[in-house]
Design a protein around this ligand. Structure first.
Ligand SMILES: Nc1ncnc2c1ncn2[C@@H]1O[C@H](COP(=O)(O)OP(=O)(O)OP(=O)(O)O)[C@@H](O)[C@H]1O
Ligand SMILES: [Mg+2]
Length: 248
């Protein structure tokens, strides 16, 4: 069964009189246990695509199926349940709550699921161990580096054991070293826990971590590249990019 199936998905935003076509006729199939990257320049529709995959936004037209469940016409209550049970989210900004400790931040999604306090703590500590931050559980987010904060956000995203992890530019605010750590964690979560990962970025340096890459431009899929084509894609994208720029 595929993890994500998009069929002829369109997303059109209406701003007064004008229409912004954020996605046009996007069809894409992401396999279970795949590490898939969406690459494209700013404004190409990456975040919109992830929001639709995660049931946070509805497509204007088209069909969205997550693990065999057609979520296209679901109510907000039904969508909330799908998100809670199947999906984890990681964003460029970490969205941690500063007045809570690290472990309390990680426990938050479990409160929504009604997991008892003791079990919550155990699962949250386990998730923190998985991202190498068990020893910082009782610190505050403000006492951590950016890379560590993102790893806490990843722990929070996986604490409910989602089948699908959606990561929107997760290394965008990180230095090269921290970015590498975060990508290594994603690789491990994908390989060892079998979590399907869809990662959106405009950074070509992240591509070699992935199984397949879909290139998007102006809301349209240009092409999906297989694992053995990724080196070629990186070369191609590097050659069209002037030094210092990340235009894709
Ligand atoms: N809520 C909204 N209302 C109106 N237009 C929107 C909205 N969200 C996104 N857009 C537009 O849709 C297009 C795609 O935006 P999106 O955020 O998906 O791009 P992106 O690839 O994630 O860009 P970035 O790399 O800068 O994050 C853009 O033209 C954007 O201005
Ligand atoms: Mg975006």
């Amino acid at each position: 069964m595929s993890a994500v199936l998009l069929e002829h998905v369109w997303k059109i935003y209406k701003l007064g009189e004008t229409e912004v076509v954020a996605l046009s006729d996007v069809s894409l199939c992401i396999e279970d246990r795949e590490f898939h990257c969406i690459i494209g320049p700013s404004g190409s529709g990456k975040s919109t695509l992830l929001s639709i995959m995660g049931g946070m936004e509805k497509p204007t037209r088209g069909r969205v199926v997550i693990y065999g469940i057609d979520i296209t016409n679901m109510s907000e209550t039904q969508l909330a349940k799908i998100r809670r049970d199947l999906i984890g989210f990681v964003f460029q900004h970490f969205y941690l709550i500063p007045r809570l400790t690290v472990v309390e931040n990680v426990e938050l999604p479990l409160i929504a699921k009604g997991v008892p306090a003791k079990e919550r703590r155990r699962l949250a500590l386990e998730a923190l161990e998985a991202v190498g931050l068990g020893h910082k559980a009782y610190m505050r987010p403000t006492q951590l580096s950016g890379g560590e904060m993102q790893r806490v956000a990843i722990a929070r995203a996986i604490v409910t054991r989602p089948k699908l992890l959606l990561a929107d530019e997760p290394t965008g605010n990180l230095d090269v070293e921290s970015a590498k750590k975060v990508m290594d964690i994603f690789t491990r979560l994908n390989r060892d826990y079998g979590i399907t990962i869809v990662l959106a970025t405009h950074n070509i340096e992240l591509l070699p971590y992935c199984d397949r890459v879909t290139r998007i431009r102006s809301g349209r899929i240009v092409r999906t590249y297989q694992k053995d084509e990724i080196d070629l894609l990186v070369k191609e994208l590097s050659s069209v990019i002037s030094p210092g720029s990340t235009r894709t």
